[in-house]
Design a protein around this ligand. Sequence first.
Ligand code: GUN
Ligand code: ZN
Length: 434
Amino acid sequence: MTTTAIKGAFFHLLDDPSVVGVTAAHQYEPDGLLVLEAGRVTAFGARVDIEPNLGPDVSRIDHTGSLIVPGFIDTHIHFPQLDMIASFGEQLLDWLERYTFPEEAKFLDPAHAAECADFFLEELLRNGTTSALVYGTVHKESVDALFEAAFARNMRLVAGKALMDRNVPEAVRDTAESGDRDSRDLIARWHGKGRLGYAVTPRFAPACSDEQMTRAGKLLAEFPDVLMHTHMSENLGEMDWVKELYPDAKDYLDVYDSFGLLTNQSVFAHCIHLKGEEFQRMAEADAAISYCPTSNLFLGSGLFNLKEAEKYGVKVGMGTDVGAGTSFSLLQTMNEAYKVCHLKGHKLDPYKSFYLSTLGGARALNMGDKVGNFEVGKEADFLVLDMAATPLLERRLKNCKSIDETLFVLSMLGDDRAVEHTYVAGACRYSKRK
Ligand code: GUN
Ligand code: ZN
């Protein structure tokens, strides 16, 4: 078996810095060594400690001068929204009607879905994202195309076909029965194949009938290791609509809960307008939030309260929410997250930002035992950051005196240009052309 040793500076998180403190939460190895076999980490640490134990036939890769971090994990993204990202002027509900649903209608065509899936995954890798929780369209063809393309790249990716049987145009509508049948078919063919996983994906409560939500809850109970992925409490107009549709529900979370969709496998995107009590129930259920700052700012949805999620101990990961989000880059997402937190009156430190984009995201998707950092036994997904990606970044980084300053500057000034290489399960899947 081939053993590979990668040399460079490494940074990763071992735990949540807001829970255990930044010192215990991180490890920085300015002269480190990462040893891989069969796509997994077999040793990691300071080079002086690891190197003496290496055999003579180890192949070596030298990334000296770059910073190596675990692959970014995007906990909420829509692959069929590539061709309408950056659409002008609307908030959520009008944006969906005017731009999103017409674009998603095109994914009935498997050739279109396949072309978009390839572009989408290459764009993830170009941005250093190695895992993602992804929305397909209502058409199972879209998810087939995405899984096929992700399987070919050996990516740890979770996706699902959107369930949406009411209040949406006919071209993107299923039925409770067909949505259930297609989800089961996709689970049977893809869940657990390679590194792929399935997520039962109700679009959001206003687009799913009671019958569809009931069936989604049953699916989750039947397949306990499948995720549940949806949107919640994103926009005030959406919230009024949910109140109208479910006048007896205590709140928006209660709607999902009443159908069995609030579990430790659940990932709710946005959660901007949650009440304290809802955070509490999310924590009790061990459900997760995907924090999507570029999207929340772009659609004018509001400012997520990360401190409140921390206070109640709710799992949080970072999400781009492309195409409402405006960048595939988790570095740019950290940039906007920092500004949103600033406006909410607190400081998002770079340890927490990188946690949310790596191990925190992995934990939100219940894959923290597989990816998210360089612990021995984990799958070797990581990226190599180019510290001279732009003249300004190079100049500013040279003036940094600590790893936290370096990480902060990378998150403010960095984007896809800062990603030099992306490795998936030990294989280099993307290299920037200089
Ligand atoms: N709510 C329901 N569908 C969507 C979507 O596609 N994007 C966002 N941001 N919110 C949604
Ligand atoms: Zn979304």
